[in-house]
Design a protein around this ligand. Structure first.
Ligand code: SAH
Length: 216
C-alpha cells in the first residue's frame, strides 16, 4: 500500500471517530484528491488533518472542518448550494460530490483561476464560479437550500439569510476575534430563522464589502 493511501485511510478513520457519520460526506473526502489543492511545498501534509497555507495569505481548511461543515449542511443529490470563499477550491470540490449544483464566490481572481483549473482537471461540471464580494451572495441564483461561508464574518451577512430558501441551512463562522469564532447553523423555518451554535473554529476573515468594484 502506498504511503499516501495509508495516510488517507488514517484520516478518514479519524473523521469517523470525530463524529462524521454521513457516508456520502466521508466518501467525498475520500474521493477528492486533496494533494491537488495544497501548495506543492506542503504536499507531504496533504492528508494530515490540518489547515495549510495557500496563496494570498489564505488557507485550505482542515479536513475535519470541511467534513463537519459539509455534514451540517444536510445535503442531498438534489441540493443547490452556495459557497462563499472558494480559496483552493477543495471545499467546493467536496460539495460538488455531495450536492447537485455548487455556486462558489471568491474575491481573489488569482485564487479562482487556480481553483477553476483544478475543477477542470477533476472534470467537475456542476460547479459555477464568480469573482466578487461574498457579502452579497449570488442573488441571481437564489434561493439556495444550503449556504456555507468558509471565512469568519464579524456578523452574519443579511444578503445570505435573504438568499436562504424555506428549510434552508446557512453554516458560517461568526466572531470578531481572529483567534476563535463560533460556527453557527441558521435554518429558515416557517416560524423564522433559528440559530444553532455548533463548534469553536478558526478561519481567516471574511473581508468586508468591496472597496473597489471588481465587476468593473
Ligand atoms: N473553502 C476554502 C477555504 C478558503 S479560506 C478551501 O477549501 O480552500 C477563505 C477564502 O475566503 C479566501 O480565499 C478569501 O480570499 C475568501 N474571502 C474572504 N473574504 C471574502 C469576501 N468578502 N468575498 C469572497 N471571498 C472572500
Amino acid at each position: 500500500m502506498s504511503h499516501d493511501k495509508a495516510r488517507k485511510i488514517r484520516l478518514i478513520m479519524g473523521l469517523r471517530r470525530g463524529g462524521i457519520t454521513d457516508a456520502r460526506v466521508l466518501g467525498a473526502l475520500e474521493r477528492v484528491p486533496r494533494e491537488l489543492f495544497v501548495d506543492p511545498a506542503f504536499l507531504d501534509q496533504a492528508w494530515e488533518d490540518r489547515a495549510l497555507p495557500i496563496a494570498q495569505g489564505q488557507t485550505i481548511s482542515q479536513p475535519f472542518v470541511v467534513a463537519y461543515m459539509t455534514q451540517a449542511l444536510e445535503l442531498t443529490d438534489r441540493t443547490k448550494v452556495l459557497e462563499i470563499g472558494t480559496g483552493s477550491g477543495y471545499q467546493a470540490a467536496v460539495l460538488s460530490k455531495v450536492a447537485r449544483r455548487v455556486y462558489t464566490v471568491e474575491r481573489h481572481r488569482e485564487l479562482m483561476t487556480t481553483a477553476e483549473a483544478r475543477f477542470a482537471e477533476m472534470k467537475l461540471h456542476n460547479l459555477h464560479t464568480r469573482v466578487g464580494d461574498g457579502w452579497k451572495g449570488w442573488p441571481e441564483q437564489a434561493p439556495f437550500q444550503a449556504i456555507i461561508v468558509t471565512a469568519a464574518a464579524s456578523k452574519v451577512p443579511d444578503a445570505l439569510l435573504e438568499q436562504l430558501g424555506e428549510g434552508g441551512r446557512l453554516v458560517i463562522p461568526v466572531g470578531r476575534s481572529s483567534d476563535v469564532q463560533k460556527l453557527i447553523r441558521y435554518r429558515r423555518t416557517a416560524e423564522g430563522i433559528v440559530e444553532e451554535p455548533l463548534l469553536d473554529v478558526r478561519f481567516v476573515p471574511l473581508v468586508p464589502g468591496e472597496v473597489r468594484s471588481i465587476a468593473g
